[in-house]
Design a binder for this molecule. Structure first.
Ligand code: ADP
Ligand code: MG
Length: 365
């Protein structure tokens, strides 16, 4: 197994006019599962392809443990890659598909290969499918075959490029758990790419958030969720997304207050908050997650702001209350708090749950 280290890894296309991966530094520990997440086009696949040896970096290096593999050919790197579209050979049976990877990458005898394929098929619960062709399989079965084929090679590094995107929601949840179980069982280092923040939150030991080729933040899912370093990460991680409100710092009275005059928004900050944050007398973007917003059905006038209910969506356990405060300000409230559209309600939240971002740089302050 191997630790994977990316050092100032860079990939430009079209003579430098496209910077797909912009000097990424990332260390994945031996046996760790790191999920790389970001919107479409942010450079996830290109990063993964460089680790696999399928794409040559413009600059920077890739190490597996102490070995510099930057210039090592793909077939000589101990990696296995699983793709969204499975990449199975349509004219070969499942058995042949699984054995083929072994033939290419190991020096096993035919009998050894077939024994390994049988073992893997048993582990993945696909023994009965060994003589089938890929087009006779369901999406989930194809993905299991692709996984089994990848694991059979006993790679040091497992690379996944959105492997679950083609599956329906239920199967996706099932396969999420299965992939993590396999990864831990084999103790293999894994890099998993997805644009789906929910998948990223549930799957990785750590998340690496990428935007426009640049790494924004790396950390445990809860760390990133609780302490996003900038507005991009704050808005991208978490579902439904964080609410943002433009505010100014008002220091004219006895207290320092966050205000948005047009909205009638007024949040006095405690001394304790002010000691922990170096606020200037200027504009900020306030962020608050829907689950941290309380809806007061009968406002008393001492709430942070009052606003109008637009839509209420029951989701079973809770209600999503859409409010007119901003474009789509959302509160997640208990099922018994269920105002009607056009009701005027109050909004409150704890200052400990709020985030403030510099509106210019987007950075958390
Ligand atoms: P993601 O996987 O996050 O969606 P990609 O790594 O596929 O993103 O692409 C990152 C950027 O690089 C995009 O702007 C994409 O258009 C560009 N790109 C990727 N591959 C090539 C290529 N072979 N030639 C030119 N541009 C490319
Ligand atoms: Mg991609």
């Amino acid at each position: 197994m191997a630790e994977v280290t990316l050092d100032s890894l860079r990939k430009e296309f079209d003579r430098g006019t496209i910077v797909a991966v912009d000097d990424v530094d990332l260390e994945i520990e031996d046996g760790e599962f790191v999920t790389v997440v970001g919107p479409s086009g942010c450079g996830k696949t290109t990063t993964l392809r460089m680790v696999a040896g399928l794409e040559e970096p413009t600059a920077g290096t890739i190490h597996f443990d102490d070995e510099d593999v930057t210039d090592v050919h793909a077939k000589n790197r101990s990696v296995a890659m699983v793709f969204q579209n499975y990449a199975l050979y349509p004219h070969k049976t499942v058995r042949e598909n699984m054995a083929f990877g072994l033939k290419m990458s190991t020096e096993m005898t035919k009998d050894e290969r077939h024994e390994r394929v049988r073992e893997m098929a048993e582990m993945m619960g696909i023994e009965e499918l060994l003589d089938d062709k890929p087009d006779e399989l369901s999406g989930g079965q194809k993905q299991r075959v692709a996984l089994g084929r990848a694991i059979a090679r006993e790679p040091e590094v497992f690379l996944f490029d959105e492997p679950l995107s083609n599956l329906d929601a239920k199967l996706r949840t099932e396969m999420r758990a299965e992939i993590q179980k396999l990864q831990k069982e084999f103790g293999v280092t894994a890099m998993y790419v997805t644009h789906d923040q929910e998948e990223a939150m549930t799957m990785g030991d750590r998340l690496a958030i990428l935007d426009e080729g640049q790494l924004q933040q790396v950390g445990k899912p809860t760390e990133v969720y609780e302490n996003p370093v900038n507005r991009f990460v704050a808005g991208f991680i978490g579902s439904p997304a964080m609410n943002f409100v433009d505010v100014d710092v008002d220091t004219t009275g006895d207290t320092t207050t966050l205000v948005n005059e047009a909205a009638g928004f007024e949040l006095p900050l405690s001394d304790q908050y002010l000691r922990g944050h170096d606020l200037r007398d200027s504009a900020y973007t306030l962020g608050i997650r829907p689950e941290n917003v309380s809806v007061i059905e009968e406002p008393k006038g001492n709430e942070i702001v009052t606003t109008t209910v637009e839509v209420v969506e029951p989701i079973g356990s809770d209600n999503y209350v859409h409010l007119a405060l901003t474009d789509d300000f959302l509160a997640r409230s208990r099922p018994d708090i269920k105002p009607e559209p056009d009701d005027v309600v109050g909004i409150d939240f704890d200052e400990r749950d709020l985030h403030l971002f510099d509106p210019e740089t987007g950075e958390d302050v």
